[in-house]
Design a protein around this ligand. Structure first.
Ligand code: FES
Length: 100
């Protein structure tokens, strides 16, 4: 199913909360719209505040590009599946939680 807002409806789990979202939406916009617990500041892959851990569905996220790769390396401290909510687009079902 699709709509004027974007792609098909998918499920995104943020912590214990399951959200219905549209594929292609930026994660930070989803979190802001639903007032979830993901913190953010710069929205520009600079501060690292919005780091999240992808527990399931890493293959359903947009690829890591540019500055995000550098910031993720700094904030993840070696932990796997860390991304920045301000850079990620959700393309299919996934489960995430804040890094801290
Ligand atoms: S909000 Fe600053 S890196 Fe995402």
């Amino acid at each position: 199913m699709s709509s004027e807002r974007g792609g098909r409806e998918i499920e995104l789990q943020v912590g214990d909360e399951v959200l219905k979202v549209r594929s292609g939406e930026r994660l930070i916009d989803i979190c802001e719209h639903h007032q979830t617990c993901i913190m953010f500041s710069c929205r520009a892959a600079s501060c690292g505040t919005c780091a999240i851990v992808v527990e399931q569905g890493m293959e359903n996220l947009s690829p890591v590009e540019g500055l995000e790769a550098i910031v993720v390396e700094e904030v993840s401290e070696g932990r796997p599946n860390v991304r920045l909510a301000c850079q990620v687009r959700i393309l299919g079902s996934a489960s995430i939680r804040p890094l801290t």
